[in-house]
Structure formats: structure tokens, C-alpha cells
Design a protein around this ligand. Sequence first.
Ligand code: HEM
Ligand code: HEM
Length: 188
Amino acid sequence: MTQAEPVAPSAPHKYPASLRVLHWLRVLLIFGLIAAGWTMTSLDDETAEKFGQLYPLHKSFGLLVLLIVLAQLGIRALSRLPGPAELPKHERVLSQVVHVAIYALLLIVPLMGYAMSSSFAHSDGVTLFGLHVPELLPKNDTAFRVFQFLHKVLAYTLLGLVALHVAGALKHRFVDKNPKADVLPRMM
Ligand code: HEM
Ligand code: HEM
């Protein structure tokens, strides 16, 4: 009697629940951080809340994003994920490139924020919701300015990529005629 061939389990239709929860939690955090970053840097230095509350909260939530993304990448590596979306090749490649670029910036932007705060001679320090985080870089005004510039430019680049990412998801749902191109249910 011949043994039955093992049947390869078909790819799941959705991302695992943990990745879906982390994706939407991170969406809230990123929009909050960019809005807070933009607002707090526009405030007058004399405003008490600026350095007393907004900066420490921005740093804490920014570091939280870094931890979430590391967790997300770990879970992703160990999980079975949905197969590639049924999209024309150029759209599939574009969406994958945008995902990789978003993941890279989700790591680099908070690291630049940490490096900026860490190298700034007059920094109030870095805390994670009150917990002291060591500032590992030497104090250096030139390095601080480079990190400050990179943190700002890359944070707004991340926003631009997210806009492209959302436009893609909405196009696949509302414009494409093929229901299999709709990737939104995979993340809901
Ligand atoms: C994904 C995470 C983060 C995002 C999206 C983000 C985004 C931003 C944005 C949009 C600004 C305003 C830039 C401007 O218009 O001048 C900003 C400022 C700032 N961020 Fe972040 N940030 C993140 C994480 C962090 C972290 C982890 C730290 C420090 C530990 C940090 C420290 C700062 C500081 C100190 C400023 C003010 C810079 C200045 O006074 O010129 N950020 N951030
Ligand atoms: C700050 C905002 C956002 C960030 C940083 C972000 C980031 C990402 C990343 C990195 C992935 C790839 C997941 C993986 O394969 O591990 C992803 C997937 C996805 N995101 Fe977002 N996203 C954001 C906002 C949104 C919004 C607002 C929507 C809805 C309109 C959305 C819909 C989706 C969908 C449907 C997928 C799955 C795509 C697929 O299966 O091919 N995202 N997102």
C-alpha cells in the first residue's frame, strides 16, 4: 500500500491576531507621535508643558513603537502569513517595497530620536514612562544636529510612505474590480 503524500497546509487568509492588533495599535501611535512631534516643536520654549510633559511623553511613546516593531518582526518571523496578494506584478512589488521601507523607518526614526536626545548636551534625558534609559552616546553638538535633521526628515518620509500604503489599500478595495485584490480583510 502506498503512503499518502503529506498535504501542504494552505496559507492562512489573514495575518495572525497578534500582528493585526499590533498593526492597528502602531497606526494610532505613529499618527499620535507625528502630530505630537509637530505640535511640540511649534510651541514656544516658555510653554511649561513643552519640555515638562510633551517631550518626555513623545520619547516614551517613540521608544514603545521601537519595542512594538521589534516584537512584531519577531512574531512575523515565527508565524504563517497569508500568501502574496493577487495583484498585478508591479503593484505587488511596489507594495512589498513600501512595507520593507516602512519597517526600516519604524526602526530608524526612533533610533535617530534616541541618538538625538542622547547626544544633546542640554538634554533632559530619555525616559520610558518614568523609567530612566541610559544615554549611550557622547555629547556632541554636530552629531546632535545631524540626528535631529535625520529624525525630522525620516519621520515625515515615513508619513509620506504611509499615505502611499493607505492609498494602495483603499485602491485595492474600492477601485480594483477583482475582490481577491482586496487585502484589507487580511489585516482586520
Ligand atoms: C516612530 C517613532 C517616532 C516618530 C514617528 C517621531 C516623530 C517626530 C516628529 C514628526 C517630530 C517633529 C520634527 C519637527 O517638525 O521638527 C519629532 C520631534 C522630536 N522627537 Fe520624535 N519621533 C519618534 C520617536 C522619538 C524617540 C524614540 C525620541 C527620543 C527618545 C524622539 C525624540 C524627539 C525629540 C527630542 C524631538 C524634538 C526635536 C527638536 O526639538 O527639534 N522621537 N519626532
Ligand atoms: C502609521 C500607519 C501605518 C503603518 C506604519 C503601516 C504599516 C504596515 C506594514 C509594515 C505592513 C506589512 C505587514 C507585514 O507583512 O508584516 C502593513 C500591512 C497592511 N496595512 Fe498598514 N500601516 C499603516 C496604516 C494602515 C492603514 C490606515 C490601513 C488601512 C487603510 C492599512 C492597511 C494595511 C493592510 C490591508 C495590510 C496588509 C497588506 C497585505 O496583506 O498585502 N495600514 N501595514
